[in-house]
Design a protein around this ligand. Structure first.
Ligand code: SF4
Ligand code: SF4
Ligand code: FES
Length: 254
């Protein structure tokens, strides 16, 4: 491993209109064996820039707070090994670190993800049956387990073009929340029907299954195949399948 590394880090704050204002600043620090990107950021803070802002908590890939863009890829800084980063960085070039670009900037590497908390609050939580002797099969538990391993890092949201480029924050819930909605919709005890909202309020139709969200998920959740596609199928069956439509009409007439 190289003895030193140069990080080119975004430093700045939003202006009065909320537009990020700042510059990329180079810091060269010594590297130790086994370091991750977050260690290098901490070394920069300790030795050269005590006022450099970044979020972190667990340093174990569990809290989802150290999300940033490393060499243009959304990643958890605490789980990104310097060994791998040096392999992908062209010789003589710095490692480029920016905050998540899809969200508004707070300062330096800190992004404002409060949009996510607002969406989260809008989703109707589980409403299950009251009887205590329900059955929950292992297969169902495994499916829930995948969805519940989400650490809310928002890297999937950061990479999704519907939000990153088209800024449809009002119309589209984003991949993290399709994972939550799929978890609720497939829950064996849940009795709530959220499909109308999945179609209209959460805009699942905007997703064109590019799978970029799945590619960056540090929890290994197969967001597209296991959450989004099954939700899309349910919406199609409910609203666009002519037989289901006819059955609904007959039921209403009765
Ligand atoms: S698969 Fe859908 S939700 Fe995921 S990044 Fe692509 S458009 Fe966004
Ligand atoms: S689904 Fe994956 S990428 Fe998205 S917030 Fe959860 S853990 Fe992060
Ligand atoms: S510090 Fe908790 S996920 Fe990185």
């Amino acid at each position: 491993m190289a003895e030193e590394v140069t990080f080119r880090v975004f430093r700045g704050e939003p202006d009065d209109e909320g537009v990020p204002c700042g510059e990329m600043v180079d810091y060269t620090v010594a590297l130790d064996e086994g370091m991750v990107v977050l260690d290098v950021i901490h070394r920069i803070q300790a030795e050269q820039a005590a006022d450099l802002s970044c979020r972190w908590n667990c340093k174990a890939g569990k809290c989802g707070s150290c999300s940033a863009e490393v060499n243009g890829m959304p990643r958890l800084m605490c789980m990104t090994r310097m060994e791998d980063i040096l392999e992908e960085t062209p010789p003589g070039e710095p490692v480029v670190i920016k905050p998540m670009q899809t969200f508004p900037l707070v300062r330096d590497l800190v992004a404002d993800v409060s949009w996510a908390y607002e969406i989260d609050q809008k989703i109707t939580p589980i409403s299950g049956p009251d009887e205590p002797d329900w059955k929950f099969h292992q297969q169902e538990a495994d499916r829930m387990q995948e969805f519940r391993s989400c650490i809310e890092c928002m890297l999937c949201v950061d990479t999704c073009h519907v939000l990153r480029e088209h800024k449809l924050f009002e119309e589209f819930a984003g991949p993290r929340f399709f994972v939550r909605l799929a978890n609720l919709e497939m829950h064996p005890l849940d009795t709530e029907d959220r499909l109308a909202k999945v179609k209209d309020d959460y805009g699942i139709g905007y997703c064109n299954i590019t799978r970029c969200c799945t590619d960056v998920c540090p929890a290994g959740i197969n967001i597209t195949d296991n959450a989004i596609i099954p939700l899309k199928e349910r919406v199609v069956t409910e609203y666009y399948d002519p037989l289901a439509w006819l059955a609904r009409k007959l039921k209403l007439r009765k």
